[in-house]
Design a protein around this ligand. Structure first.
Ligand code: ADP
Ligand code: MG
Length: 748
């Protein structure tokens, strides 16, 4: 079977050459029970390692079944170990988290067996080593003697022709040791068993041969004076059992099957629940880390867009799409209703022009500002107060997260407030009767909204049309631009107008009063005019009486005052443009396309913003930050996983000894980490969905995630899976550095 001829093995350590074994010659055969003895450091382990191919040798020749091995490569020895050698160790080298059954099964799976087809065989072997009632007990819960029996059972399952055991009884009490020795002797019936011990007495009864080592040399090789009767008795007694499973076959051993790898990977994932939870936490962290890096990168895109200022649209949420008819005609009720029903449309704001107006609400303690808004929500959404019932009542909507004042809602509801229009020409007392919160889904969005009844909104729209129109007078067929604000007042009779004093200069006689003035207004949607008679000029003496106002002269002296009806005739108009809000910011482009197909002229705010500075620059800065962030997340996770999986190096060694190669071990680890990362993915996915759908309210998370679309989630998935595999590969590599076969013997 095995023949050694003048085999020497040296160790080189820090320049000193130590003799492992020198010039050892012997021949070992199937059926022998060889016991190697000798004092510590005499070369017993070295000899055993050479025989079992764990160590190479420098001089001489070792023959295996007549084949020379001096030219063997690592791989050749690995194959040899896999086909010939079963190892039994002083420290058992079981997988602590596996049951007895699973430990034995592992040896068979490593040879490419199918787990379904080996159940009977495994149970027979367990029976044979006397552990039937412990089949489903974890190895960590067994006594030393029981553990060593499992190790023997594992070697039995492997059915290798040679079993080597280095101090197999070293950690056992006398009684257990005796049992193990007996078991080993049974194996020697149809195998070669080589045992190292410094307690020969334990083996004396069964050993067929004793080899004594001293200082690396073989000093005695004695065929034991075997008591034949003991052995034959023994064999007879056990022969019915020894055939099952443990029979040595002509060994052509396969590689572990893919489905066995899957099975082991899954087993390793769940067999220690604490470790599973820890790893899951790490992977949730990994996922959240990657996702937040990724999302903040995407959001910075968006922030860059939002940083852009535009001169036209004050209310610049990304979901807003402005539509108008190509011929500038008003949008009909039918069109409005169709827009409302359109797929992907969240809501439609009729008074679009009002959206780009800022209004001010000034009180004793606070000055508020916001965009005008309608009442298209229910009273349930109010956090305090009620819905407006009169035209001078409003609901104030503030950012939930950012308003420190939100804590003192009563102050809003009980305060006295004055409304002031965007151009500050118009003021009136109003009441805040309700408070509403919004959860900002846009980190740049600070603005509040003042919700009001349609009449009030129309009023603001008219003002807005006025502000967006040019006004001129025609005098002697000449057009004279009029920069003054036109203000409605019930104090002015219909058909009349009050003008500033400096209008006197427009007329030949130097007096405005008594003249008729043709006021023209013009904007992109319409052109109109009205002829009014000037009946008063506004002076510092008469303004209070004339206008019934408490304002200062300065604030009124540049306005033109006309009757409310005349004002409405000029400015109260149907809606020429409306704002359509998309449900999903990701689908704005799709909606824009569809609206264009409907024949509208479209401006979408997502793309209409002018940049304050180049987005590209921001991106260039952002890319390395994101990258560094990802690398940091990777290494944090890697080192934590390494800590958690510390015990893995012995598991890997065990797989290695059982003949599973490096790539297959790496796959088993891949499977384990992939299972955990998928569970983490599902957990985080559910959590994110809950946040995005408002079931759980966490502003920062919904802020970052709302910019992600399905493509981004796929990208995230790919990144996380790639990182998982990378961690697995790195970890396996690090562990192999420690457990490479050459080093493995040191653990033995
Ligand atoms: P035993 O098992 O009989 O106690 P070993 O075979 O372990 O003895 O060791 C034989 C000699 O080889 C000792 O002198 C020991 O110091 C040396 N030796 C064993 N393993 C190594 C090693 N990995 N590196 C260096 N020297 C070693
Ligand atoms: Mg030793």
């Amino acid at each position: 079977m095995i023949r050694l001829q003048n085999v020497s093995k040296y160790y080189y350590k820090k320049g000193i050459i130590a003799n492992g074994i020198s010039k050892v010659s012997m021949e070992l055969k199937i059926g022998e029970f060889v016991v190697i003895t000798g004092e510590s450091g005499s070369g017993k382990s070295t000899l055993l390692n050479v025989i079992s191919g764990l160590d190479s040798y420098e001089e001489g020749e070792m023959y295996i079944d007549g084949k020379e091995t001096s030219h063997f490569t690592q791989d050749d020895f690995e194959l040899y170990r896999k086909n010939y050698i079963g190892n039994i160790f002083q420290n058992f080298n079981l997988v602590a988290g596996y049951t007895v059954y699973q430990n034995i099964e592992l040896a068979l799976l490593a040879e490419g067996k199918e787990s379904d087809k080996i159940k009977v065989q495994i149970n027979e072997i367990i029976d044979r080593v006397g552990l039937a009632e412990y089949a489903n007990t974890k190895a960590s819960k067994l006594s030393g003697g029981q553990k060593q029996r499992v190790a023997i059972a594992r070697a039995l399952a492997k059915a290798s022709p040679i079993i080597v055991a280095d101090e197999p009884t070293g950690n056992l009490d006398v009684k257990s040791a005796a049992e193990i020795v007996k078991l080993l002797s049974e194996l020697a019936k149809d195998r070669l068993v080589v045992v190292v011990t410094h307690n020969f007495e334990q083996f004396e009864k069964y050993a067929t041969r004793q080899i004594k080592m001293s200082d690396g040399r073989l000093i005695e090789d004695r065929k034991a004076d075997v008591n034949e009767t003991v052995i034959s008795e023994n064999i007879e007694e056990k022969s019915d059992k020894s055939v099952s499973g443990g029979e040595v076959r002509n060994r052509e051993v396969g590689d572990i099957l893919s489905k066995s790898k899957l099975k082991l990977g899954t087993r390793n994932t769940f067999n220690l629940i604490g470790k599973f939870v820890l790893l899951l936490v790490v992977f949730v962290f990994l996922l959240e880390g990657v996702a937040s890096q990724y999302a903040s990168f995407k959001a910075s895109d968006n922030t860059a867009e939002n940083m852009g200022t535009n001169n036209f649209f004050l209310s610049s949420s990304d979901e807003r799409i402005i539509v108008k008819n190509k011929d500038n005609s008003p949008i009909t009720d039918k069109q409005y209703n169709d827009l409302l029903k359109k797929e992907g449309v969240d809501f439609v704001v009729k008074q679009d022009l009002a959206l780009d107006t800022m209004i001010y609400i000034e009180g004793k303690e606070d000055n508020l500002s916001g965009f005008p808004g309608d009442l298209s929500f229910s009273s349930d959404e109010l956090v305090a107060g009620r819905m407006p019932k009169a035209d001078d009542e409003v609901v104030f909507e503030i950012n939930r997260g950012r308003s420190a004042r939100g804590k003192n809602l009563k102050q809003y509801l009980n305060g006295t407030w004055t409304y002031t229009s965007d151009d500050r020409t118009k003021t009136k007392p109003i009441k805040i009767v309700g408070i509403k919160y919004y959860d900002s889904n846009n980190s740049m969005k600070w603005e509040s909204t003042v919700h009001m009844r349609p009449t009030f909104l129309e009023e603001i729209k008219s003002e807005n049309i006025q502000n967006n129109s040019t006004v001129y007078a025609v005098l002697d067929k000449k057009e004279i631009a009029i920069p003054n604000s036109i203000v409605s007042s019930q104090k002015v009779p219909r058909g009349k107008m009050y003008v500033p004093e400096d209008f006197d200069g427009m007329f030949k006689n130097g007096r405005a009063v008594g003249n008729k003035l043709n006021l023209n207004i013009k904007n992109i949607y319409f052109k109109d005019n009205t002829e009014l008679e000037i009946t008063n000029t506004i002076t510092s003496k008469n303004f209070k009486n004339l206008l019934g106002t408490s304002d200062t002269f300065d604030s009124v002296s540049h306005n033109i005052y006309i009757n409310q009806d005349d004002y409405n005739k000029l400015y109260k108009r149907p809606d020429y443009q409306m704002s359509v809000y998309a449900k999903d910011v990701q689908k704005v482009d799709l909606l824009v396309k569809s609206l264009k197909a409907d024949g509208y002229e479209v401006v979408d705010l997502k793309h209409a913003k002018t940049m304050m500075f180049d987005t590209a620059i921001l991106k260039i800065v952002q890319v390395p930050f994101t990258f560094i962030g990802l690398i940091a997340v990777f290494f944090i996770c890697y080192f934590v996983i390494k800590l958690i999986l510390k015990s893995r190096s012995s598991y890997f060694s065990t797989l290695r000894v059982l003949g599973i190669d490096k790539n297959d071990i790496n796959r088993i680890l891949d499977i384990e980490l992939l299972i955990i990362s998928h569970i983490a993915f599902i957990l985080c996915g559910i959590f994110t969905a809950l946040v995005l759908n408002g079931v759980i309210v966490i502003d920062t998370i919904s802020d970052t995630f709302k910019h992600l679309g399905i493509f981004d989630y796929v990208a995230l998935y790919v990144i996380v899976i790639a990182m998982t595999l990378l961690i697995s590969k790195r970890f396996a590599k690090a562990v192999f550095k420690k457990t490479a076969v050459g080093n493995f013997r040191e653990e033995v």
